[in-house]
Design a protein around this ligand. Structure first.
Ligand code: F0G
Length: 351
């Protein structure tokens, strides 16, 4: 949006900074809240999409990273470290570059989407591909930060989640109320925790009269919150949420319980269906993990748990260009077309 100053400057009273801190910002946030006519028709609800792929590095992580990096810089850190399934590392790398800090990212080897890896490369991060999953990476990053002079910028760093609350505030500011239901993909569970804190703060201050029910959706192969116990070997096509032991477990359970919401597991097949539907019918290209919120919307609408007539927001957490491999996976090699209108017409079956 024209003139949008970034989340720290947009919500100065709600995002406290250390004294004399100079915000590290790429003017993140202020993302589009787009009505979804096709999904609204399918569900009998008023569905809006919060398009977080429109953030500077293409995911919602920038909302927290601006705050985490501002603190790290103000507190004199020389470098930052994070574990990531890809988006946190892309965001940390970009904001560290902006701040002039060294950045190390620990990612599960072979399990991060190409776009995210290319971002970390271009922003000059030290990329360590770990022979383990995200949960191993997070444990390792936390240990390293505890023992060496390097700042952890995962969402276990509480200021990250303060920044991520801003998405809930933007939605309320724009709708003039809170939605009835909010659908989110859940991996490490920081974001659902942050949204609920954001809505709760607005409710507590009387900015909104009601808070939404929080619907959290996990991939079926990585659904510890649905199962009620950690998953040792999480697996899903939605690599962003391939997390077996979420750091913000308690925050997510609080969000569900206080909001009278739910957790539900979604198969990879249903995630991919929603992924294609969003691109083909709503014109919004997201990465697979992001489509989990919409797959969950459709599942809970079909089984009656989502009341018709509800105002619903689905957060689309990351841009489709993050993961070109999944988009092109089932596309066959195409024959080249000669430079002839008749050949174009024949290929399009116009004639
Ligand atoms: N969607 C996307 C695109 C993500 O990258 C993530 C998390 C989530 C949803 C889930 O959010 O973890 O707060 O529950 N990605 C982290 C990362 C794990 O390392 O980039 P969450």
């Amino acid at each position: 949006r024209h003139g949008w100053p970034g989340v720290i400057a947009a919500y100065p009273d709600r995002i406290p900074l250390p004294d004399n801190a100079k915000p590290v910002t790429l003017h993140e946030g202020g993302t589009p809240l787009v009505p979804a006519p096709h999904l609204s028709e399918l569900t009998g609800c008023e569905v809006h999409l919060k398009v977080e792929g429109a953030n500077p590095t293409g995911s919602f992580k920038d909302r927290g990273m601006t705050v985490a990096m501002t603190y790290a810089l103000a507190q004199g850190a020389r470098g930052v470290i994070c574990a990531s399934t890809g988006n946190t590392s892309a965001s940390a790398a970009a904001y560290a570059a902006r701040a002039g800090l060294e950045c190390a990212v620990l990612v599960p080897r072979g399990k991060i989407a190409l776009g995210k890896l290319s971002q970390a490369v271009m922003h000059g991060a030290h990329i360590l591909q770990i022979d383990g999953n995200f949960d191993d990476c997070l444990e390792l990053a936390a240990k390293t930060a505890a023992e060496y002079p390097i700042e952890l910028v995962n969402s276990v760093n509480p200021v990250r989640l303060i920044g991520q609350r801003s998405a809930a505030w933007e939605i309320c500011d724009e709708l003039g109320r809170a939605p009835d239901v909010h659908c989110l993909p859940v991996g490490n569970a920081g974001n659902i925790t942050a949204y609920w804190q954001g809505y709760s703060a607005y409710f507590g201050d009387g900015v909104i009269d009601t808070a939404p029910r929080m619907f959290g959706f996990q991939a079926a192969g990585a659904a510890p919150l649905v199962l009620g116990e950690p998953v040792a070997e999480p697996e899903t096509i939605a690599t962003a949420i391939r997390v077996g032991s979420p750091a913000s477990w308690t925050g997510a359970v609080t969000a569900r319980d206080e909001s009278k919401g739910l957790f539900e597991a979604i198969t990879d097949e249903k995630i991919l269906e929603a992924y294609r539907l969003l691109a083909a019918r709503e014109g919004v290209f997201v990465e697979p993990a992001s489509a989990t919120s919409v797959a969950g919307l459709l599942a809970t609408s079909a089984d009656g748990r989502l009341p018709r007539g509800s105002t619903v927001v689905c957060t689309l957490t990351g841009h489709g260009l993050k993961d070109p491999d999944t988009a092109l996976r089932d596309v066959a090699e195409v024959e080249p077309v000669p430079v002839l209108a008749s050949a174009v017409a024949a290929a399009l079956e116009l004639a």
